[in-house]
Ligand binder design. Structure first.
Ligand SMILES: Nc1ncnc2c1ncn2[C@@H]1O[C@H](COP(=O)(O)OP(=O)(O)OP(=O)(O)O)[C@@H](O)[C@H]1O
Length: 350
């Protein structure tokens, strides 16, 4: 039996400022309530988290890649509202000219930037997202991904570490070092993100821990390139090289309108988040100024232990905010130019 009527009752009778509440009107609900995607995804799978967590900001997830079209009367307005665009459209993938990107290392003295990280999300074509996925499907995706990752050579060559066999101490150390994901997000949990945990989950990384792949966290796949310091170009190029090699072995869910498809509609498009952990003690004393520079440059500040955490010791995680409606290269340029401005503002601050 579907829990949809109960979820709808909670949502329609409850108070919420979420995009789900705003855009899942009675009319939209009536239109979508009996629809099903080919992989079996329903409206309940898309709204469960937001209905159970009325304090959500967005509250909507896609049940599977096709869900973006099957439930578009809900998802399109949510996407447009979140990404601040008038139309759901996205340019073709463009990583930019790898031999002349124009990303000279930021902060050559190492005074401000602690580390740089660029990640993208990918989904396997033909597989559902977490609320609809079975343990077998997750295992299948894990095996497929490991086989592809094991073909990587040179700097990217590495090893897979399963969450099922890792000790709690090893897991915690990887979390503390900012490499590993955790399962403490209630909204993601209620969306089905942790179903079957820890089965078929794990992390792949090379010896230097500069290229990593998360398997079956929020997305089927997250590819991550990171290293100490501010050499944005080197970090980005490594990621692009990994993506290009892996897309020869794996097929990713993609739509012309949305770009690369991810479980959460906020990540769609480039799916790219390029961040620095940056030490700005002077700006930290006046967060209003820092927040204004971030807003003006389309950047998002976070604490250093992930989204919704606080800054520690004047160190922030600052990244590009826009992911949809621009190319990968443009998203990187927004981050690069914005961080340059933040460093200048910190130098000028009293
Ligand atoms: N520039 C960076 N240097 C070192 N670690 C980083 C950097 N940016 C993010 N991290 C670490 O990556 C981990 C994951 O962060 P977080 O969950 O905020 O972002 P994400 O992986 O991009 O996913 P999402 O946006 O979906 O939350 C955290 O431990 C965070 O501290």
């Amino acid at each position: 039996m579907s829990d949809l009527p109960e979820l709808w009752k909670k949502l329609s009778e409850g108070e919420s400022k979420s995009l789900l509440k705003k855009h899942c009107t009675k009319e939209v609900y009536e239109k979508l309530k009996d629809k099903k995607s080919k992989l079996g995804g329903t409206l309940a799978d898309c709204i469960r988290s937001g209905a159970l967590n009325l304090n959500s900001g967005v509250g909507v997830y896609a049940c599977d890649p096709e869900g973006y079209e099957v439930f578009k009367e809900l998802l399109d307005p949510v996407i447009m509202d979140y990404h601040k665009v008038d139309k759901v459209e996205h340019p073709p993938c463009d990583f930019g000219p790898q031999d002349k990107l124009g990303f000279d290392p930021l902060d050559a003295t190492g005074e401000f930037i602690v580390s740089t990280r660029v990640r993208v999300g990918r989904s396997h074509e033909g597989y559902p997202f977490p609320p609809v996925s079975t343990d077998e499907q997750r295992k299948d995706m894990e095996n497929k991904t490991i086989a592809a990752l094991n073909t990587l050579e040179g700097e990217l060559k590495g090893k897979y570490y399963s969450l099922e066999t890792m000790t709690p101490e090893e897991n915690q150390q990887l979390i503390d070092d900012h490499f590993m994901f955790k399962n403490d997000d209630k909204m993601l949990g209620d969306a089905g993100g942790y179903n079957g945990w820890p089965k078929a989950r794990g992390i792949f990384f090379n010896d230097n821990k500069t290229f990593l792949c998360w398997i079956n966290e929020e997305d089927h796949l997250r590819f991550i390139s990171m290293q100490k310091g501010g050499d944005v170009g080197e970090v980005y190029k490594r990621l692009v090289s990994a993506i290009k090699q892996l897309e020869k072995k794996l097929t990713f869910a993609y739509s012309k309108r949305h770009g690369y498809l991810t479980f959460c509609p906020t990540n769609l498009g480039t799916t790219l988040r390029a961040s620095v952990h940056i030490k700005v003690p002077k700006l930290a004393k006046n967060e209003e100024v820092l927040n204004k520079i971030c807003a003006d440059n389309k950047l998002q500040p976070r604490g250093i232990h992930g989204e919704h955490t606080e800054s520690v010791g004047g160190v922030y995680d600052i990244s590009n905010k826009r992911r949809l409606g621009l190319t990968e290269y443009q998203a990187m340029q927004e981050m690069y130019n914005g961080i340059k401005e933040i460093i200048q503002a910190e130098k000028n601050a009293k």
